[in-house]
Design a protein around this ligand. Structure first.
Ligand code: UDP
Length: 238
């Protein structure tokens, strides 16, 4: 049962790469659908859900600029990539009967709503999943910062960061058999030890707003729901 879920409004942040499945690039519709089901199972408990999806499966500003593009142009392309991912997730969620809104930080009225804070809050109250697209709308930022910003604005209780591993480790668990997972870690420790949770500006903003970040594995079936019940393995950044 969902009785043990203590959250009423949460932010889920996933990278664009989470949507590409085993492909090296782009969108893998069965994977998008699998994650949509994870979201559906939490939505069914009545939890209000904000969602931010990255764009790294399609385009990253830093990669473009390393190849000679102007950084800001490359970053806008990265933001546009997140809109594609948002639309894919919207389609998957709606086909499962979950009502959604895509809300873009860059106005493009034909495909998404503009971001208006009070309107987004109203959508959440009506149990529509709000998919925040186009990052913060500014170059030089990431979707981790966008997730932290929107979570603060929407008054979310926590940010759930779905990754490939079940938390934050002292070193890369894929490379080191003796890597240790933290049960909990402070913002300052993440910053000082350069733990790869989120980029520094996102961590600083979360610290400023006392917004806990819960890092968990999205590969675990039913993982999102389990974590919302406070079970399973995860790392709490606070
Ligand atoms: N981006 C940006 N401003 C933002 C959010 C994103 O310029 O507020 C651009 C940036 O170029 C970034 C790309 O969009 O590389 C994709 O976002 P991100 O790298 O955060 O995606 P993820 O790694 O989560 O898939």
């Amino acid at each position: 049962s969902g009785d043990d879920v203590r959250y009423t409004r949460v932010m889920l942040k996933i990278s664009g790469e989470a949507l590409m499945g085993d492909q090296g690039f782009g969108l893998h519709p069965p994977t998008v659908e699998r994650i949509a089901r994870e979201i559906q199972s939490v939505h069914a408990l009545g939890v209000e859900i904000c969602l931010v999806i990255g764009g790294g499966n399609i385009f990253r500003g830093l990669q473009g600029s390393a190849q000679g593009m102007e950084r800001t142009t490359a970053d806008y392309m990265g933001m546009l990539a997140t809109v594609m991912n948002a639309l894919a997730m919207q389609g998957a969620l709606e086909s499962l009967g979950v009502y959604t809104r895509v809300i873009s930080a860059i106005t493009m009225n034909e495909v998404a709503e503009p971001y208006i804070r009070r309107r987004a809050i109203r959508h959440l109250e009506k149990k529509r999943v709000c998919i925040f697209a186009a990052g913060t709308g500014n170059p030089y930022f990431t979707t981790d910062t966008a997730a932290t910003l929107r979570a603060s604005e929407m008054d979310c209780e926590a940010i759930f960061k779905g990754t490939k591993v079940d938390g934050v480790y002292d070193k890369d668990p894929a490379k080191h058999a003796d890597a240790k997972r933290y049960e909990s870690v402070t913002y300052d420790e993440v910053l000082a030890q350069h733990l790869g949770v989120m980029d520094a500006s996102a961590i600083a903003l979360a610290r400023e707003n006392d917004l806990p970040i819960i890092v968990f594995s999205l590969d675990e079936p039913g993982g999102f729901r389990t974590i919302l019940s406070g079970k399973g393995t995860f790392t709490r950044v606070h």
